[in-house]
Ligand binder design. Structure first.
Ligand code: IPM
Ligand code: MN
Length: 359
């Protein structure tokens, strides 16, 4: 297979983790005879520095004319959380999601047996947890009207959802559940929010087309608690933009480290793959960032293009790195390995799995 992949490494640790991912994909190409053509482009703070814009037109055009986008991270130390300016690095990511029509952000949560003790949660609670969050990322309060009065004393963020926005991701969530443990849980706040009541109505209607899938509705406050006290109950969690943002960081606690979690963002004709963690600027160029979240986002990319065996091989290489303790310090404080060494191990494993050395 021939795939053109736009590579947007971005800021902070983005470039170094994405480099490891390119190495892993290159290895997959060699072993399975695929050609992956990478094209680099600017996004985030580095793009602002060089072009004055967080998402330069050239980057957007490349992303609109490519098979997939491999995304690193955006944001730098100058950011102060006050980022509703067109010049903030994270606007690069938000604009890109919008321009590519990405609407479903998919975040799998599954702890590794070798890392169960890394989580502050009890082993018996988290082992065998395996769920996936379908977070809507094109609507809600992220993109609806934002206002602040002239005096700067009154602000509002509208939260708007159309039926179409809800329908498309709901079908995707149900189709995924059919291939898994056949359960969809809608997380909302239907006791308070009109948008949540619309979500519930539509999800109920659509669920009738999937009689083999059980459907459950829970309020977001309860969901935040259930994820910690009984995460095994979930299979596919479906939710709106802001709830999904919050719950997915919370769910990362189950795996013990946010540096392990990949995500895929899908639209009708675009697909973007990125780690769920941020740019961790303090760690930049120190060779300490965990590359696994980014490498696994490439595994999701392969899976998306129907390359299941290839994807499996990437997961297996990551599992071996964890099993042999070739991991960064977030997973083992005594580790002598850094970003590069973990990346080397993973790409070498992909290349030479069948060698005796690894048996
Ligand atoms: C995420 C991030 C983004 C979000 C930011 C960087 C805009 O937190 O992907 O979860 O809130 O969607
Ligand atoms: Mn987030």
């Amino acid at each position: 297979m021939n795939l053109k992949i736009a590579v947007l490494s971005g800021d902070g640790i983005g470039p170094e983790v994405v480099l490891q991912t390119k190495k892993a994909l290159y290895a997959i190409g060699v072993v399975f005879d695929h050609e992956f053509v990478f094209e680099d482009a600017l996004i985030g703070a580095v793009a602002i520095e060089k072009t004055g814009k967080p998402l330069p037109d050239q980057t957007l055009n490349l992303c609109l004319n490519t098979d997939a986008v491999l995304f690193g991270t955006v944001g730098d130390l100058k950011q102060d959380g006050n980022s509703n300016t067109h010049l903030s690095p994270i606007q690069g990511l938000l604009k890109l999601r919008q321009a590519l029509g990405l609407y479903a952000n998919i975040r799998p949560i599954k702890p590794y047996n070798d890392l169960l003790d890394l989580s502050p949660l009890k082993r018996k609670i988290i082992e065998d947890t395996d769920f996936v969050i379908f977070r809507e990322i094109s609507g809600g309060s992220y993109f609806s009207e934002k206002k602040i009065n002239e005096q700067g004393t009154l602000a509002s963020d509208l939260c708007e959802y159309s039926d179409e926005e809800i329908i498309r991701i709901t079908h995707l969530a149900f189709r995924t559940a059919q291939k898994r443990r056949k359960k969809v849980t809608l997380v909302d706040k239907a006791s308070i929010l009109e948008t949540s009541r619309l979500w519930r109505k539509i999800v109920k209607e659509i669920s009738e087309n999937y009689p083999d899938v059980a459907v459950d509705f829970i309020y977001v406050d309860n969901a935040a608690m259930q994820i910690i006290i009984n995460p095994k109950q979930f299979d596919v969690i479906l939710t709106e933009n802001l709830f999904g943002d919050i719950l997915s960081d919370e769910a990362s606690v189950i795996t013990g480290a946010i540096g392990l979690l990949p995500s895929a963002s899908l639209g009708n004709s675009s697909a973007l793959f990125e780690p769920i963690h941020g740019s961790f600027p303090e760690a930049k160029r120190k060779n300490i960032a965990n590359p696994i979240a980014s490498i696994l986002s490439a595994a999701m990319l392969l899976d998306h293009f129907g390359l299941q065996e290839e994807s499996r091989r990437v997961y297996e290489a990551v599992e071996k790195a964890i099993e042999f303790n070739v991991v960064t310090a977030d997973l083992n404080p005594y580790s002598k390995f850094g970003t590069n060494e973990v990346g080397d191990f993973i790409s070498n494993y992909i290349l030479s799995k069948d060698d005796l050395y690894f048996k």
